[in-house]
Design a protein around this ligand. Structure first.
Ligand SMILES: [Zn+2]
Ligand SMILES: [Zn+2]
Length: 263
């Protein structure tokens, strides 16, 4: 499996991905906004885009669907419940456990991951180096907003879907928010020296040169995976006096998500 990360330079700092079978050259285009950018990359390398995945229905993840379909005849895949929300509709509605094959060598497992929206999927690749295409559910050092979703559902997704994936899993998120998110980590957990060192090291790094993090690394610097951390809990109790002294992970997550909205 080859993953080509592309940078359309949008205001929202979207990442695009082409997931390519190295045996056949067939490719899955993940979350297209800038279709020409994806088509150019495929053409340059001799890849054929045969499928498009929308992790969810937001415009910056689906706007390139029609152009990719017109240019390649690719099929559009998304959560079955997102079908009516995606302009132009979809060709295959996905549910938990579905398998998406790309060429001969790639099998991606569909995870039903509500929270950012209520019809959001992530794809998990069983490979030598496992990989997760997680849209706006999990960001590098952060979590998606819940303006059109539900923070409790997002917590359940983190706790039941993401936390159980292998530590070596590479995190291919829908946006580049890493450096900004590390600022939130340090606001909540000033003693996180790893996060501080990483932010300093990457401060001047362009989006395509940023490292692809693993879940093991996320657990070190992503506040939304560090729900039992005493410094995080103490800081939250200053903002939310009703938060108990020993809050549940769910209470911590929901409070963090609320605080992140104002940060
Ligand atoms: Zn979104
Ligand atoms: Zn987005």
């Amino acid at each position: 499996m080859h993953v080509e990360r592309l940078w359309p330079d949008t205001r929202l700092r979207n990442y695009h991905y082409l997931v390519v079978c190295e045996e056949t050259g067939e490719a899955l285009a993940v979350d297209p906004f800038d279709a020409p950018l994806m088509l150019d990359a495929a053409r340059r390398h001799g890849w054929q885009i045969t499928q498009v995945l929308n992790t969810h229905h937001h415009d910056d993840h689906v706007a390139g669907n029609d152009a990719l379909r017109a240019a390649t005849g690719a099929k559009v895949l998304a959560h079955a419940d997102a079908a009516s929300l995606i302009p132009g509709g979809i060709d295959r509605g996905l549910a938990e456990g579905d398998v998406i094959r790309v060429g001969r060598s790639i099998e991606l497992q569909c995870l039903d991951t509500p929270g950012h929206t209520l019809s959001h999927v992530c794809l998990f690749a069983h490979a030598d180096q496992p990989a997760l295409f997680c849209g706006d559910t999990l960001f590098n050092a952060g979590a998606g907003n819940c303006h059109s979703g539900d923070p409790v559902a997002l917590y359940e997704t983190f706790a039941t879907r993401l936390a159980s994936l292998p530590d070596a899993t590479q995190v291919f998120a829908g946006h580049d928010y890493l450096i900004n998110n590390l600022g939130f980590t340090l606001a909540r957990e000033p003693d996180n020296t790893g996060a501080r060192a990483l932010r300093e090291r990457l401060a001047a790094t362009g989006p395509l040169d940023l490292p692809v993090t693993t879940l093991a690394e996320e657990k070190q610097f992503n506040t939304f995976f560090r729900l039992g951390n005493p410094q995080i809990i103490a800081g939250l109790r200053e903002h939310f006096p009703d938060l108990p002294e020993e809050p549940t992970p769910r209470e911590v997550f929901v409070a963090l998500r609320a605080l992140r909205n104002q940060w």
